[in-house]
Design a protein around this ligand. Structure first.
Ligand code: ADP
Ligand code: ASP
Ligand code: MG
Length: 243
């Protein structure tokens, strides 16, 4: 089986979290699966990179802003690959452009178009676990683009679709999708299953648990998403088609 696993910012925030993510990745590999992991920048690093930009200029070119702000994911990808290797599994980290994720030219809010080349497939055939930097791609002029805030979810779904993965698991800091934000409302109720349209309506209403574009893309491509906690083994939420 080919499994895409995505880890959000909180799920790779420090060394302990990175080891936990690496453990989930290597557990899946140990069971005989090919694994492509997609990672976000650590904690609030993306916000800090945006602050750095603002400290230098109030009129950053969007090209340079994307070059800067995409760097957080590159750090995470390399660190997670190192943690995976530390556990005895061969791994390789790839930026969006190394992975060949081609987008349109809309800096800051680019849309994934296709996968150029077969670098990921080649690495998988070599027996590697592939760790891809989320949130970023490259446009046809070879400039780095980013997919919009929260866009690593969309990287995961795009890769699941383009690589024809069997499973796409979104590991995050809550154990599923609730009817309202469980951090704000203790009486929030978890969904075992939620359809694409209902999920999309929640995203558009501001539920940041999934990037809205990721849900649109999952619906378009028929990708079933599993939203689970990176920190517990509780049953998560299935988004989309039931088996
Ligand atoms: P990640 O860094 O893993 O991408 P996000 O911070 O983007 O995580 O999304 C997870 C957060 O979404 C949760 O911590 C939670 O506070 C928030 N959230 C908002 N609405 C919901 C909801 N309906 N169900 C679950 N989580 C929600
Ligand atoms: N690091 C990016 C952000 O903070 C992308 C993501 O987390 O999905 O928006
Ligand atoms: Mg997110």
């Amino acid at each position: 089986m080919l499994i895409v696993q995505k880890f959000g910012g909180t799920s790779v925030a420090d060394a302990q979290c990175i080891r936990m993510a690496a453990r989930r990745i290597t557990d899946a590999a140990r069971q005989g699966n090919d694994v492509v992991a997609v990672v976000s920048a650590q904690g609030d690093l993306t916000d800090r990179l945006l602050e750095k930009i603002a400290s230098v200029t109030s009129s950053a070119s969007s090209r340079e802003a994307d070059a800067c702000v995409s760097s957080g994911e590159q750090i995470s990808a390399a660190l997670v690959a190192m943690a995976v290797e530390e556990m005895g599994f061969p791994a390789v980290s790839l930026t969006g452009w190394q992975a060949g994720l081609v987008t349109d030219t809309q800096y800051g809010n680019a849309r994934v178009r296709f996968l150029r080349g077969d670098r990921i497939q080649k690495e998988l055939r070599r027996g590697k676990i592939v760790v891809v930097a989320g949130f970023q791609g490259i446009d046809r002029h070879e400039n780095i683009t980013t997919l919009g805030r929260g866009g690593s979810d969309t990287t995961a779904v795009a890769l699941a679709a383009l690589l024809n993965a069997d499973r796409c698991i979104i590991y995050t800091d809550v154990d599923g999708v609730y009817d309202k934000d469980p951090r704000k409302y203790p009486d929030a109720v978890k969904f075992k299953h939620i359809g694409y349209d209902e999920m999309l309506a929640m995203c558009r209403g501001g539920a940041q648990v999934l990037h809205d574009r990721c849900v649109e893309l999952a619906r378009e491509c028929g990708i079933r998403l599993e939203v689970r906690s990176a920190f517990s083994d509780d049953a998560g939420t299935i988004v989309g088609i039931l088996e």
